[in-house]
Design a protein around this ligand. Structure first.
Ligand SMILES: [Zn+2]
Ligand SMILES: [Zn+2]
Length: 263
């Protein structure tokens, strides 16, 4: 029981912080917070994501490229450019490392506006021993509390939680599900109620309204990360800075402007 509670909590918290901090804050700046609150959230993100912690800088650069070049050959992780999900993730990992270790420089428009904490993002984030130490801690927990050998099959998912979520969101979110909005990319909403990836699987809504902090657009869609953000904003912990724009059906003037012109 303890192992399953740990697995489910680690899964949901990792993807929540990825969506809340790396995605909606570092990459998109959908809300603001004071410098001390930012440090607390940054530290919490590191502690939760542990062995698979993602640098907000490298995440933001890759993700801004994904929006700018979505599903074209310059997209860093479109499922339409790869034969299988492993090849896509291997390519994404190489691009991510190039930006973490700064072997490569992105276009200037993709830089800036993300937090960069030397101790976490460079000293710990770029070390080989910190992820291994996290892995040892997860394993010790399993050794202490696992009640059946099959439970150990879950351990590799803890080690690679960030890439596992990235693979699900990037592969499924541009391949499977329904579309609310037409557009030049192939994004889809994979699940109507996305508790599995805390709202990240509303890719079609998010690509249409890239700055909207609520990824849900229809009455039956629920974006859990946005619900948490609303509470944090009410408590004065964060301030939402970009308007909620994801609306369905699309306002008529927007649809007309974007419809193909027929002579
Ligand atoms: Zn996408
Ligand atoms: Zn985005």
């Amino acid at each position: 029981m303890a192992v399953l509670v740990f697995f489910v909590s680690h899964w949901l918290l990792c993807v929540f912080f990825q969506s809340f901090f790396q995605h909606r804050y570092a990459a998109h700046r959908m809300y603001s917070m004071g410098p001390r609150t930012e440090r607390v959230v940054h530290l919490l993100t590191y502690l939760v994501q542990g062995s698979s912690y993602l640098s907000p800088r490298a995440y933001a650069i890759l993700h801004r490229e994904h929006h700018a070049f979505s599903d074209t050959e310059k997209d860093p992780h479109s499922p339409h450019n790869f034969r299988d999900v492993m090849r896509m993730m291997w390519h994404t990992k190489k691009r991510y490392h190039a930006y973490v270790h700064e072997y490569e420089q992105p276009e200037a428009r993709f830089l800036g506006g993300y937090p960069d904490w030397k101790l976490i993002d460079r000293t710990l984030g770029m070390s080989w021993w910190a992820p291994i130490s996290w892995g040892v801690l997860y394993s010790l927990f399993y050794i202490a509390f696992a009640t059946s050998p099959w439970m150990f099959l879950l351990l590799p998912i803890h080690f690679l939680m960030g890439p596992v979520h990235g693979a699900i969101v990037n592969w499924c979110g541009h391949k499977y599900g329904y579309r609310n909005f037409q557009g030049s990319d192939k994004s889809r909403n994979t699940l109507p109620v996305d508790f599995l990836c805390m709202g990240e699987l509303f890719q079609n809504n998010h690509h249409k309204y890239g700055s909207s902090p609520n990824f849900a657009a229809r009455v039956f869609e629920i974006d859990p990360t946005w619900q948490v953000m609303r509470v944090l904003a009410k408590l004065g912990i964060i301030r939402i800075t970009t308007p909620q724009r994801a609306v369905y059906p699309e306002p008529r003037e927007v649809a007309a402007r974007e419809a193909p012109q027929v002579a």
